[in-house]
Write a protein that binds this ligand. Sequence first.
Ligand SMILES: Nc1ncnc2c1ncn2[C@@H]1O[C@H](COP(=O)(O)OP(=O)(O)OP(=O)(O)O)[C@@H](O)[C@H]1O
Length: 280
Amino acid sequence: MQTLDSTQLQPQPVPTTDAFLVIENVSKVYPTPNGGTYTVLDGVNLAVQEGEFVSIIGHSGCGKSTLMDMVSGFRTPSSGEVRLRNQRITEPGPDRMVVFQNYSLLPWMTAYENVYLGLHAARPELSKSEKAAIARDHLAMVGLSDAMDKKPRALSGGMKQRVSIARALALRPEVLLLDEPFGALDPITREELQEELLKIWTDHRVTVLMITHDIDEALLLSDRIVMMTNGPAAKVGEILDVPFARPRNRSRVMEDPRYYELRNEALDFLYHRYAHDDVS
Ligand SMILES: Nc1ncnc2c1ncn2[C@@H]1O[C@H](COP(=O)(O)OP(=O)(O)OP(=O)(O)O)[C@@H](O)[C@H]1O
């Protein structure tokens, strides 16, 4: 565990250049309506190894989505850079797929068509039957073989999020970006999907960067938990290493005495050292 007292908060070290995904000295400044500027992130450093599962937690508004948007390429840093395999990220690409909380499926298409369309756009070199097989396989992987022909309005929230995950993974991204993926789901469905994601990640070892407000979710799934300081000018405050052996299951993880130590460490960071009125 890397621990830092808030009074001793030091900038996280600049990542080495050979890490898989590197966020190096990234700052983001937005213009304000009165002609001024608002610094959301200030000098964020993080290196993610290939196949790692990293969660980002921090209070609402500290800039988690902004940071993730700079990895997906939907936004660009005001200074610093984000690199994947030593290539600077300047725009979105199929090597970095995002799953949002609100599913973002096309409502007039079936589950299968939603997955197929992504493949069609990103992998035009594949034949129709290859794309169809990949779409079916990925829907089966998330347990939706029987619901492939349903449109989003006929799917539950959990099923829609399964389609979103299948659609993202079907493109075989190098990095899967999850922005509060289970935030809209009821607690039982949420736990089910966490376990499915754990299994998928164990089987496929895609590199994952996930924003969550749920410390237990982060502890179950992650190799490391990145805790952001409050904005403006948020930074990486502390990083928790999550030591539980893999493959994991919820009850084994929760029986481990270190679970409560880590949980308390995260709670202390968020609700004492970086307490915020706007707790989410
Ligand atoms: N395009 C923009 N222009 C100006 N300010 C913005 C823009 N996008 C985001 N912000 C501001 O940047 C700050 C960080 O927003 P961001 O959505 O990244 O935070 P977050 O940590 O993901 O929040 P939440 O947990 O509530 O989703 C907020 O104060 C937000 O109002």
